[in-house]
Design a protein around this ligand. Sequence first.
Ligand code: S3P
Length: 440
Amino acid sequence: MSNDAKMIEPLSGALTGEIKVPGDKSISHRAVLLSAMAEGTSHLSGVLDSEDVRSSISAVTQLGAKVDLKKCTDGSLEGTVTGWGQAGPVQPESSIDCGNSGTTARLLMGVLAPWPIEVTLTGDDSLRQRPMRRNTAPLMKMGVQFKPAEADRLPITETGCSDIRAITYDAPMASAQLKTAVLLAGVYADGTTTLNEPAPSRNHTELMLPEYGVPTTAGTRVAKVEGPTVMHASDLKVPGDPSSAAFLCAAALLKRGSDVVVRDVSLNSARIGFVRTLERMGANISEHIEGYEGKEPYGTIHVKFTDALRGCEIPSQHFASILDEVPVLAFVAAHARGVTVFRGVSELHNKETDRVKAIIDGLELMGIDAWEEAENLLVEGNPNLQLPCGLVFNSYGDHRIAMTWALAGLCGNTPVQVSDFDCIAVSYPNFIKNIQKLVS
Ligand code: S3P
C-alpha cells in the first residue's frame, strides 16, 4: 500500500444545508468530444475540472480542436471549444495518453473512426489493464483498423476509415462507452447505425447528439443515428454529477441529525438508480426535477438522516443505473439490517480497479461480511456497527473506492486512513472540502 495514505477524521457535527456538486463527468467528457467533432465554436459551462475530463481536453487539443476553457470561481470550467468539423482531426505528433480515463479512451475510438489518421491510444497502469475489445470489435465491423487487431488492452493503434459503414450491433453488455463509440462513428456512416443493448445504459450521448444536429433515436434498449451528418456547434450547461452527489447523500443518511439538499444535479433516470435503491432501503431521500438542459433533466436531491435502514435486493436489470454507485451503496448496506444483494455485478471487475474485490476487502476490514456468489455481491449489514481504531483502507488508486472508505472515517466513530487518497482528483477533487462545508 502506498505511503501517502490520508487520515480522515469523524465529522464534528451533522450535515445540514444546500450544496452543489461539480459537473457531471460523463456529460463533461461528451460536451468536450462532441464540440471537438462539430463545425464551429461551442460554448460550454459547468464542465467538471478533474483529471479525467482534462484527459479528454488534452486529447482533442492534440487532434486539432481549439479549447479555451477557464476555471470559474465555483471551480467549474467555462468557455469555448472550436471543433475540427468537416476538415477532420489532424494527425497527432505523438500517442494520446488517456491517463486513468476509460471514457476518454473508449469514446475517442468512435471519434477517430471516420478519419484516415493513425493514432495510438494509451493510458496509466490501471487503464492499460482494462478491456477494449468490446469497442474495437464493432468499430472493426464498420471498417476501422486496430493494431494489434486482436488487442484487448491499450496501447492500441487505430486507423480510421473514410468510407465507414453503418451497422446494426447487438452489444454483449450494457455499456454506454461501447454504445457511444459506435454512435459517434455512425454520425459519418451512410445510413442508420443501430446499437441494441441487453439493458439500458446511460443515454447522455443520445440525448446530446440532436443538440449538435445529428438525427438520433434514443430508445430504452436501442439507440440509432442517421448519417452522414455535419455536426454543428452547440451551447451547453453541464448539470451536477449524481455519482458525486451519492457520496454526500450516503454521508447525510448515516450522520445523525443531517438534512441536506443537493442542487442543480443531473436527475437522468439512468443515473439515479442509487436514489431508488436507497428508498427501498427505507432511506429518507427524494428528488425533484426543476428543469431541463437540452433533454437532460436536473433538479434537487433531498436527503435526511435515517435511523433504520434495511437490506434490499437490486435485480440485475437495474445494475446499469447504479453502476458507479455500487461501492457507496455497499457501504450504506453495511449499516442496514439484513442482507443486501446486488445482482449481476461482474462488470465491476473491469473498472478502475477490481471493485468487487476492493469492496469486499474494505467491508471485511470494517468487520462486515461481504461475499461474491455467482455474479452477485452480498453484504450482511450491522446497524450497530462500531469500527475498531486504526483502520487503514486500500483505495487501490480508484477514486470511488477512496471516497467510499473516506465515509467510514467521516461518518464513523474513529479516524481511518485511506491509501492513495489523491486519486479522488479523477472525479471529485474537493470532496472533503465540500462535505466539511455542510457541517453545522
Ligand atoms: C461511462 C460509462 C460507464 C461508467 C463510467 C462512465 C460513460 O462505463 O462506469 O464511469 O461516461 O459512458 P461502461 O460504459 O463501461 O459501462
